[in-house]
Design a protein around this ligand. Structure first.
Ligand SMILES: O=C[C@H](O)[C@H](O)[C@H](O)COP(=O)(O)O
Length: 225
């Protein structure tokens, strides 16, 4: 099975956890795209009554196109279950997200969810976080100074660019990826980044996920916290 087949497999597995009447958080990214397709199919076939909260404009557009009801996070009290992808997950259930520039909205939705599930193919499961560049969403104003500070700290920052222009998040901010190689102390790093003025949010998701569904060559593996 190739990576896309694994992503599709976990996407289809994840929607089995969605129950009628739920408020469901929809993550972002290529794995989630398969999940949203599968959820749209279930909602239609089973006439399910669910409300979705999306973590990116792209996911929202997809869900609406499939006929699902989408509300903004500010229109709901709490989300029952959020299903999202991840870029890396370590054995202690910490993760890196934001490879698709959506980690700010994803984190806001995640912390307002009763349960969080991540769906990944097995290549995302790692012993230690950090091989995947850690995304930061930064305010454009003063971002070159934030960049310099990150360089001085030895974090090997790189602005995320496409065709010579800054990649913009859905909140119209810039992205800086930190090429750390490995992250020995995620909690310490998270606190340090949280305290930097101009950094809106980093892609470290610590202690957030409850359940991980991993697509392997031998089928789906479910790992509970
Ligand atoms: O910003 C994007 C999100 O955090 C994604 O969930 C993450 O990058 C994983 O995406 P994919 O399923 O495309 O690998």
């Amino acid at each position: 099975m190739d990576q896309n087949a694994l992503k599709q497999m976990v996407g289809q597995e994840a929607v089995k956890y969605v129950e009628d009447g739920m408020i469901v958080g929809l993550g972002s990214g290529s794995t989630v795209q398969y999940m949203v397709d599968a959820l749209g199919k279930r909602v239609q076939e089973e006439q399910m009554d669910i409300v979705c909260v999306a973590t990116s404009n792209k996911t929202e557009d997809q869900a609406r196109a499939l006929g699902m009801t989408v509300k903004s996070i500010d229109e709901v009290d709490q989300i029952d279950l959020t299903i999202d992808g991840a870029d890396e997950i370590s054995k202690d259930f910490n993760g890196i997200k934001g490879g698709g520039a959506a980690h700010l909205w994803e984190k806001i939705v995640a912390i307002n969810s009763r349960r969080n599930m991540w769906i990944v193919d097995e290549s995302k499961m790692v012993d230690q976080l950090g091989a995947f560049p850690l995304p930061l969403e930064v305010i454009p104003f003063g971002s070159s100074h934030v960049f310099e500070k990150l360089e001085q700290l030895g974090f090997h920052p790189e602005f995320r660019m496409r065709d010579g222009k800054h990649v913009l998040t859905d909140s119209k901010n810039y992205l800086i990826d930190l090429h750390l190689g490995k992250i020995d102390h995620p909690e310490t790093l998270a606190k340090q980044l949280d305290s930097m003025v101009g950094v809106v949010e980093h892609g470290l998701f610590l202690g957030i996920v409850d359940l991980v569904i991993v697509g392997t060559q031998h089928g789906v593996k479910t790992v509970k916290k």
